[in-house]
Design a protein around this ligand. Sequence first.
Ligand SMILES: [Cu+2]
Length: 175
Amino acid sequence: MWTRRHLLARGGGGLAALAAPRLVRAAGTEVLGMRGSARGERVWFAPQGLAVAPGTTLRWTNRDPGNSHTTTAYHPDLYGRPLRIPEGATPWDSGLLLPDESFEVTLERPGVYDYYCQPHEMAGMVGRIVVGQPGDPGWEEASADPGDLPDMALMAFPTVEAILAAGRIDEEEPT
Ligand SMILES: [Cu+2]
């Protein structure tokens, strides 16, 4: 189940922009960013890897003033891509988010969810959410099939072990 939210209206007052984060940072919501370096040579999700409990809402916001980004689950129903989320889980696609726009999805089924940014998958802009942990009822492991993914994407996924050990994996800011 997912919804698209455009929280920052064009020319809208700063009040809404300031108030919104406080409203969504209730328990059960994790905030993720879509980021880019100043010259646009690097783009990434922050964090790239995140461990959450079942039922957590994930909220991505485009924090890159220079680019539009998407968060799109790997799923055959979305552009015929390989299945890289648990069987039976509902895939999501934010569509292009302009700077400061947000999108959220709530993940219930335990397992590994891989997603990508449509314009920047080739640049390795992918992310991995681990919901629950191995041993949870219905747990599904990460896909081992590379499918049609570009090497840059395959290399960018943090391992499930690393995500579970650290809770979150953040790529370093470029200098
Ligand atoms: Cu992107």
